[in-house]
Structures are given as structure tokens and as C-alpha cells.
Design a binder for this molecule. Structure first.
Ligand SMILES: Cc1cc2nc3c(=O)[nH]c(=O)nc-3n(C[C@H](O)[C@H](O)[C@H](O)COP(=O)(O)OP(=O)(O)OC[C@H]3O[C@@H](n4cnc5c(N)ncnc54)[C@H](O)[C@@H]3O)c2cc1C
Length: 660
């Protein structure tokens, strides 16, 4: 939290605004943002800048595009940039944090390439690594790292995309032959949207219900060959091409059907559940729901990666739009005089600068998330609670960062006018490719529900054994307990808490981080506890728990959002305060103020409804956002420069913006 009363904090807004950063400071800010994995990012940028990863023609045929993307994937694997997350003994880099940094940087380039590498190394390789054991690692990882063995991650089905615990594919143990028999019982149970399936994949990690005799042990992952070494589809496997898509047409998404496909018993990825030769099932995790969530939890890296990719896309959009607005002039004062730069218009500042501030905010929480992922998966952090928090945070940040990318692309495109519509501006391909980031690796709305459930229950696993009624009661009691605990803790913050009253009307308070954080936290507590009260009220009145949940679902989603808002502001604040360069720190503080106040501005009606801010203060929030836009306007060019979007990813700019 900001250290109130330091000399730096007393710097007046005018002083901050007057300070020119200059190239050295921009360089220092860029270095600070690159963070711990600066070297990996630099190397990935160099690779992109070196060329050779661009489609020759925007009208490239999908077949040709897919082959090109496969070729690029192999080339990147040779460079070692896409295999950083795999263990060194299998040709990887053994650096999980670095692998996300490389992925984020690669997201400045062709997004089909990004997704193809994500499928091969992150999803397919990640499933073998995290769900398999030594024999699977020895059998597959080296060939995955070199792309000798292109593979798929086959979880989603036509009938079940978000609810993957209910997939219909079955794996039945045949004790006589010591094999699993994989089947697709109905069309709804076919694997759908599977990356690498339509053309290149030779093996798939298939998620299926594990059946031994009449007992269903729930969803498990199996290694299932689908094509021969020469690319022929194997007996019992049927593959369809998903066809042309809105974007990502360099990725061969396909559908898989299995008809009594036999694989050895040892092809079960058995880190969390083992089946002996005699057909005995054992697992260290007794509760089937807990086991399922532990298994999918190990795949959290995919979500962190897609969130990071969304962030890079928003950096592209903001950089392009701000650079354009710093060169392009439209209209001028009556009677002649120089026309005005777009970025000098208040409306244009209002469209771009709060989004730029949010891009910075998300940058800092994403950096923390990558650090947490690295500690948890490098074995530095063994605490179960840390793992659970990582999963919840990853879900929230993925949802926010990918929705933010879509918003930045739309606003950025419009802010560039007709020039943004040119394919060469870079908006067109990204708009169609990044759109799906909101859906795959967990649909964003479903992810927010996951965040909310985690907030509400504390321990998701525990409701595995509870009936729906017990679950609802458990959730309600947990929330109330947590709320009471948190409120008690907040009493210690008396001074801060007092600030969240409508009494104090001076504009100055609005720029105090403590006040901003208190407003965010108050909203979070209020929304969460009122959702819990509604849940409990419905149950107490005897309504069906499912209906009660459904009736409160919108409220619960808002609770998730308020929680993520607070987490982002806290992470941004920590990032600002850790910045070593005083001038950059002062600037980042103002960017953080703009982020915080623009969120408060968005919810000012809610704060007024709940008596937290007066109408006078609400107007002051609007005024302060405008003032911050004024102050940050001269720094907008430096702020986007420090995001370090490689030049090859940006359109060409002339003195009047994007070159047509
Ligand atoms: C290009 C592409 C690549 C993909 N690659 C892969 C891959 O390699 N491997 C793989 O396994 N999968 C892959 N997928 C599948 C992807 O993960 C799923 O599309 C995703 O999980 C969503 O599932 P769905 O499409 O069935 O949507 P649904 O689950 O049907 O969701 C549709 C809508 O309903 C809403 N909704 C769903 N449930 C609820 C609820 N309980 N409450 C409120 N609203 C709800 C969602 O928010 C969404 O808006 C890919 C998909 C695409 C499009």
C-alpha cells in the first residue's frame, strides 16, 4: 500500500506532469516492465524481429497457412523458445515462468502460430508432464519438445465444452487383454475443436470417463494414438475438420470419434490415479470431485498463458492507437491555425488513456501471477492454499485480460479511423484471432463463476461429498464466517475505513491509494456478503438450492468481478511502489490513480446508491479522471513505448499517424 506522507507522494500533479521522461527513463521503465524474465522477452522479440514468421499473403489458403504454421512451430522449437516450460532432461528449458514470458512475447506475432505452440507444448506436453508419470515422460516428452510427435489435447466435446466433468467419451478396462477400450457413445460425445487434430496430430491426450466393470471413477486422461507415423488415420478413429473459422485459420481444429479403440492399460496418465494389472483402482485423492479438480488444476498454466497473450494483444492495440493519435490531426480552432492532434481531444483521451491505465494494471497482476505459477510448479511453494489461490487468480485474470484485449482492439481500431480498418494496420487479423481467447481455456463467464465459488466456499473440494442442500448451506456459512472475520480485521483499519464515508468531500482524497483501496474493498465485501445472505435466505425458505443459485447467479458474478478489481488494484499498487526509478514511480502512481478512479467512475452510481459517495464526490471523480487524462497525455507516447511492442508487430507510422 502507498506510504502516505513520503516526499515523493507530496509531488504535485503539475510537477509530475511537467517532468519529461526522456529516452533513458523510457528504457528504464521498459526494463522494469520486462521484469524477471527480461532476457527471455528480449530473445523472443529478436526472433520475431528477425522475420520469417509472417504470412506471405493475407488471402493465404487455410491449407497452406496450416503447413506454414507447423513449419514455424518446428523452427521455434529449434530455437528453444517454445519449450522453456518442459524439463531440461527432455530438451526443454525447465523454466516455467520464462515459458510464459516467451509465450506472451510471441503473442505480438501471428496468433495461429501462438495457439499451435500452445496446443503442442502447453496443452499436449503439459498434460503428459503434469498428469503422467516417469514412463510417459520418457516415452513422449523429448519428441513433443522437438515436434517429432505433434499431438492434441482432447478435452472438449460437442455436448460438453464448459462442463468437462460430464464428458461422454468412455474408457473401459478390458481385464483380459489389459487394455482400455475408448468409445464415443453418441455424436454429442465426439471430441470437438481439438487443435492439431484435423491434420497434424499423431497422438491425443483424451479425457474420458474411466470405467472398471460397472463402476465409473470419473474423468481421467489417456494417451491415444490417432495417426500412424506416416499420417494415416488409425483404425477405429474418425477425424473431421472443424472447417473455416472466424480466425486462427492456421490451426487445424478437428473432431475425433473413437470406436472401440484399444490402448495399453499403461496409457492412463496415472499421476493422480493408478489401475493395477488386476484392475484395482487406487488414488491418493479419495473424493472424485476433488481428484478431478486437482487434475485440471495442474493445467492452470494454459489459462495464465492465454491471459498473458490477451495482455500482449491489448499492448499492441494501445500502442498503435496512441501513436496514431500522437500524429494524426483533425479539425482546428475557428479561423485557421494548426489542426489539433487527436490525442489532444478530451474525448480521445477518455477513450484511450483509461484503457492504457488498465493495460498497465493488468500487466502487474499478470507478472505476479507468472511468479506464483513458477513457485507453485517449480516446487518452491507446496502449500495447497497457494495452489488454490493461484487457480482462482488465474481464472479471474484470464477472463479480465482477454475481455480487455477485445475492448482495446475495438476501441483502438475505431480510434485509428479508416486506417485501422486496413489489414496492414494489424487490427483485422487480431480482432478475428483474439476473439476466441474469451472462450477457450475456460469460457470467461464460467471462469468468473469459478472465482465466485472459490470466494464463497474457501475450499471447492469440500463440497464434493455434500448434497446440493448441504453445499448451499456450507457455502452460506463459510461466507458469513469469512465476512465476519474480514470485517473484524478491517476494524483495525479504522482510519482507512472512516474514509469510505460520504462525509469527506475534498477532491484530494480521491488520489490517495488507501482511500481508493478502501472503496474497492468495501464494494467487494458488500457484494459478497449480500450474495451470501441471499443464498442463505433462499435455502432457509426451503427453495431448491439449484434454483437459489441460479436466481443469485448475476449477483455472484458481480462478486467475482469486485474481487478481481481489488486484486488488480492491489497488484498495481505493489508494482508501482517497487519501481526503482523515482520519476517512473511518480508517473506510474498517476497511471494507477487513473486506473482506480476510472473503475470507481464506472461504478459511481452503485457507490451513491449504497451511500458511500455523495453526488458531489461522484462529480469530483469525473473531474479527477479528466485531470488525470490531462496530466498523462504528454506521457502517453512514453507509456506505450515502454510496453515494448516489437516494431515488426506495428504498422508503419508517418508524421500523421499510420501510413496508408
Ligand atoms: C478455436 C478453438 C480452439 C479450441 N481448442 C481446443 C483444444 O485444443 N482442446 C479442447 O479440449 N478444446 C478446445 N476448444 C474448445 C473450448 O475449450 C470450448 O469451446 C470452451 O470450453 C467452451 O465450450 P463450448 O464451446 O461448448 O461453450 P458452452 O459451454 O456451451 O458455452 C456457451 C455459452 O454459455 C455460457 N454458459 C455455459 N455454462 C454456463 C452456466 N453454467 N451459467 C451461465 N452461463 C453458462 C457460456 O458463458 C457461453 O457464453 C477450442 C475451441 C475453439 C473455438
Amino acid at each position: 500500500m502507498a506510504d502516505a506522507g513520503t516526499e515523493e507522494e507530496q509531488q504535485t500533479p503539475a510537477e509530475v506532469a511537467a517532468e519529461q521522461l526522456g529516452p533513458a527513463k523510457v528504457e528504464a521503465l521498459g526494463e522494469y516492465l520486462d521484469g524477471e524474465h527480461a532476457e527471455v522477452r528480449r530473445r523472443s522479440r529478436e526472433l520475431l524481429e528477425g522475420g520469417g514468421f509472417e504470412i506471405p499473403d493475407h488471402d493465404i489458403a487455410p491449407g497452406e497457412y496450416r503447413e506454414l504454421v507447423l513449419e514455424w512451430t518446428k523452427k521455434l522449437a529449434d530455437e528453444g523458445q517454445t519449450t522453456l516450460g518442459l524439463p531440461t532432461e527432455y530438451g526443454g528449458g525447465g523454466d516455467i515462468g520464462g515459458s510464459i514470458a516467451a509465450f506472451e512475447t510471441l503473442a505480438f506475432g501471428d496468433l495461429s502460430l501462438l495457439v499451435k505452440t500452445g496446443v503442442q507444448f502447453g496443452l499436449f506436453g503439459g498434460a503428459i508432464l503434469h498428469l503422467g508419470t516417469g514412463r510417459h515422460h520418457d516415452a513422449y516428452l523429448a519428441d513433443i519438445a522437438s515436434v517429432e510427435l505433434p499431438g492434441c489435447f482432447a478435452m472438449s466435446e460437442s455436448g460438453h465444452g464448459s462442463d468437462v466433468q460430464s464428458v461422454g467419451t468412455i474408457a473401459t478396462l478390458d481385464r483380459k487383454t489389459d487394455e482400455w477400450v475408448i468409445d464415443t457413445p453418441t455424436v454429442a460425445d465426439r471430441k470437438d475443436w481439438i487443435g492439431n487434430a484435423a491434420e497434424h496430430g499423431r497422438v491425443a491426450v483424451v479425457f474420458a470417463q474411466l470405467l472398471i466393470g460397472t463402476e465409473n471413477h470419473g474423468v481421467h486422461a489417456f494417451v491415444v494414438p490417432i495417426r500412424s507415423n506416416k499420417g494415416k488415420v488409425l483404425d477405429g478413429v474418425t477425424i473431421e475438420d472443424c472447417g473455416h473459422k472466424l480466425g486462427l485459420n492456421g490451426v487445424d481444429n478437428g473432431r475425433l470419434y473413437f470406436d472401440s479403440v484399444r490402448i495399453p492399460r499403461t496409457n492412463l496418465l496415472d499421476r493422480y490415479a493408478q489401475v493395477s494389472e488386476s484392475g484395482e483402482y487406487t488414488s491418493p485423492i479419495e473424493n472424485p470431485t476433488g481428484r478431478f479438480f486437482t487434475m485440471v488444476g495442474t493445467l492452470v498454466q494454459g489459462r495464465v498463458s492465454v491471459g498473458g497473450a490477451g495482455l500482449s494483444v491489448s499492448k499492441f492495440a494501445m500502442t498503435t492507437a496512441v501513436k496514431h493519435a500522437n500524429g494524426r490531426r483533425q479539425f482546428g480552432p475557428p479561423g485557421g491555425g494548426e489542426e489539433v492532434l487527436l490525442l489532444d481531444y478530451r474525448a480521445h483521451q477518455r477513450r484511450l488513456l483509461p484503457l492504457l491505465a488498465r493495460t498497465y494494471a493488468l500487466h502487474f497482476i499478470q507478472a505476479e501471477l507468472v511468479g506464483d505459477l513458477h513457485s507453485v510448479f517449480s516446487g518452491e511453494e507446496r502449500d495447497e492454499e497457494a495452489r488454490r489461490q493461484l487457480e482462482t487468480r488465474a481464472a479471474g485474470v484470464k477472463a479480465y485480460a482477454t475481455w480487455h484485449a477485445i475492448e482495446c482492439l475495438q476501441t483502438g481500431r475505431e480510434a485509428c479511423g479508416g486506417l485501422g480498418y486496413l489489414t496492414s494496420s494489424g487490427f483485422a487479423s487480431r480482432k478475428s484471432d483474439a476473439e476466441i481467447f474469451a472462450t477457450f481455456e475456460g469460457d470467461n463467464t464460467v471462469l468468473l463463476q469459478l472465482v465466485a465459488k472459490s470466494l464463497l466456499t474457501g475450499y471447492r473440494e469440500e463440497f464434493g461429498d455434500l448434497d446440493p442442500l448441504g453445499m448451499a448451506g456450507f457455502i452460506a456459512s463459510q461466507v458469513i464466517e469469512r465476512f465476519v472475520e474480514r470485517s473484524a480485521a478491517r476494524e483495525l483499519w479504522g482510519r482507512i475505513w472512516d474514509q469510505v464515508t460520504p462525509d469527506s468531500e475534498e477532491d484530494g482524497d480521491l488520489n490517495h491509494r488507501e482511500y481508493q483501496l478502501a472503496l474497492f474493498a468495501w464494494r467487494e465485501d458488500h457484494v459478497l456478503s449480500s450474495a451470501a445472505r441471499r443464498l442463505k435466505g433462499g435455502i432457509d425458505e426451503g427453495y431448491d438450492p439449484f434454483d437459489v443459485f441460479n436466481a443469485v447467479q448475476d449477483h455472484v458474478l458481480v462478486a467475482a468481478r469486485t474481487h478481481i478489481d481489488t486484486q488488480i488494484l492491489e497488484a498495481f499498487d505493489r508494482g508501482v511502489e517497487a519501481c526503482p526509478d523515482p520519476a517512473n514511480k511518480a508517473l506510474l502512481r498517476r497511471v494507477c490513480d487513473l486506473y482506480a478512479l476510472s473503475v470507481i467512475e464506472q461504478h459511481r452510481g452503485w457507490y451513491q446508491e449504497h451511500g458511500r459517495i455523495s453526488s458531489t464526490r461522484s462529480k469530483a471523480v469525473i473531474r479527477n479522471v479528466n485531470t488525470l487524462c490531462d496530466e498523462l497525455r504528454p506521457h502517453a507516447g512514453d507509456l506505450v513505448e515502454a510496453l515494448r511492442v516489437p516494431a515488426c508487430a506495428l504498422p508503419e507510422f508517418g508524421p500523421s499517424g499510420i501510413k496508408g
